[in-house]
Every structure is written in C-alpha cells, then in structure tokens.
Design a protein around this ligand. Structure first.
Ligand code: SF4
Length: 201
C-alpha cells in the first residue's frame, strides 16, 4: 500500500490553496537580504507542507541539502523526520515543516544575531498557519519557542505550554543519527508524540 506523499514538494498539490498573504510573505523571505546569511545562501528555505496544518515541526536552520533544494528537511534528517511523521499518522494535509532561520549559516553554525533579524518571519508564518500545536526539533527551536522550558533532553517527549500554545519538543532528528541511545530516545519520543496527538489534537 502506498503511504502519504512525503516528497519535498508535498503540499504543493493540496486541495486548499495557500493564501495570498502567505504567498506574499514567502516571496518576501525568498528575496530577503536583511542579514549577512542572505549573501551566502543558495536558496532561502521557507516551508513545506499544508496551508492549514494541525501540527508544525520547527527545525533550527537549513543544511546543505536544504540550501540546494530550497525546502526544509530533505537530507538524512528529513528522511528520519518523514518516517516519524508516518509513525504519528499525519496525512499531507495535517502537517508543515519550517525552520527558525530561513537561510543556511555557513558551516552550519547557528547564528543568533541572524535569528533575531529573521524572527519576524517565523512569527508571521505561525500567525498565518495557526497550527494547533508546534513540535520544536532540538535545543535551538525549543529555546526560540519556549525560552523558559527545561533543556531539550529533559523537555523532549512530553507536552509543554508556550507563548504559542501547546508544544511537544523532540530532540533534533540529526542528533538521533549520532548514537544508539539517542536513536532509541527519538523513537520513544515519537511514539509519545503519536499518543499525545491522538488524544489532544
Ligand atoms: S536568514 Fe532570515 S533575515 Fe537573514 S537573509 Fe535569510 S530570510 Fe533574511
């Protein structure tokens, strides 16, 4: 049986269209040069997924594969995230994926000053998407969405409150590639997310 479409272009053919406001914002991000990362990126990475998601996964910043493709989570981490989304049981219309930073930082070193400049784009994206809950992926996204939350290894795998409403942090999928223990943690937490989505969303 074929599963839901998780291709990088997933969401493009969804029945519900993106709003004009969303399209204007996306074009603004793609043309942005407000911080130095605008000069070194190949593509600004805006979003992939549904125009009206129940759940939005929030990563840190584009990596090399994402910078080339102009889409978030299309490399090895993306494969792991797509597999997790299958476990949670979300259809293409039910989720979206974006990053805190829209442009790749050279050497993949997260740039806090650039993130401050970029923050209004994330805020405007979330205001337009209005998901029921957010899933910060890793420490950077958790700090961005819930500065008061415990460290990621304490916070991951359970629901928390945030200024944006309910969040359910996970460790970053790239971290889950680093060791057997972190892979096991990732898999346990994804099952916990599935259980929470079933009862809370
Ligand atoms: S990282 Fe954000 S603020 Fe900086 S150039 Fe890219 S879109 Fe603009």
């Amino acid at each position: 049986m074929n599963g839901p479409d998780r291709s990088p272009a997933a969401g493009v053919g969804d029945s519900a269209p993106f709003s004009e406001s969303w399209e204007r914002l996306s074009a603004e991000i793609r043309a942005c040069r407000l911080c130095p990362l605008g000069a070194t990126r190949t593509h600004a990475v805006v979003y992939r997924g549904s125009p009206s998601p129940r759940l939005v996964f929030v990563g840190e910043a584009p990596g090399a594969a994402e910078d080339r493709a102009g889409l978030p989570f299309v490399g090895r981490s993306g494969s792991r995230l797509n597999a997790a989304i299958d476990v949670v049981g979300l259809s293409t219309r039910e989720f979206g994926i974006l990053n805190v930073l829209k442009c790749r930082p050279p050497g993949n070193r997260f740039d806090r000053a650039a993130a401050r400049t970029c923050r209004p784009y994330l805020r405007r994206q979330l205001a337009l998407l209005r998901p029921r809950a957010l899933v910060p992926l890793g420490a950077v996204a958790l700090r961005e969405l819930a500065p008061e939350a415990p460290r990621i290894l304490l916070a991951a795998g359970r629901p928390l409150g945030s200024p944006d409403g309910p969040i359910f942090p996970l460790i970053h999928p790239a971290a889950a590639l680093r060791s057997r223990a972190l892979r096991d943690r990732w898999e346990r937490d994804v099952v916990a997310l599935r259980d929470w989505v079933q009862v809370a969303l």
